[in-house]
Design a protein around this ligand. Sequence first.
Ligand SMILES: [Zn+2]
Length: 166
Amino acid sequence: MSAALVVFLLGAAFRGSPAETTGALAKVWNMNDRVRRTEEEWRKLLTTEQFNVTRRKGTERAFTGVHWNNHAPGTYRCVCCDLDLFSSADKFDSGTGWPSFTRPASAENVATKPDRSLFAARTEVLCPRCDAHLGHVFEDGPAPTGLRYCMNSAALKFVKQAEEKK
Ligand SMILES: [Zn+2]
């Protein structure tokens, strides 16, 4: 088989993949694709701020992160494992100083858990693939969901729309 034919066949297979034909923005996570690392490994891969937020459930100071005022089109991925978490299409200006979204890019791509720390009943938002702490979700958001996913910039990696296919 010639090299040109192989390239052609690979290209055809790629164009026919389900994610392309459905037009879905997010790569949907599947349960068999877990990412597990030791604390030492995470420390090496992440900055101190990223480690404190994602692996220690920290919260960055408001208005200090890199994403709260980002209005560019693109996808926000997990800083630890690259899972697609949120789309710029669902981002809104909450005035809180943290990047805020009305919904995740795909329901399967975020996990939630009750959080009773800080003397308040809140709902923690986690990455289902690597268990990174991302932030919290509150029920005071705008339409269409009424939800406010209040995230830490340090937990997110922004990928501009033009670069998403890479
Ligand atoms: Zn993750």
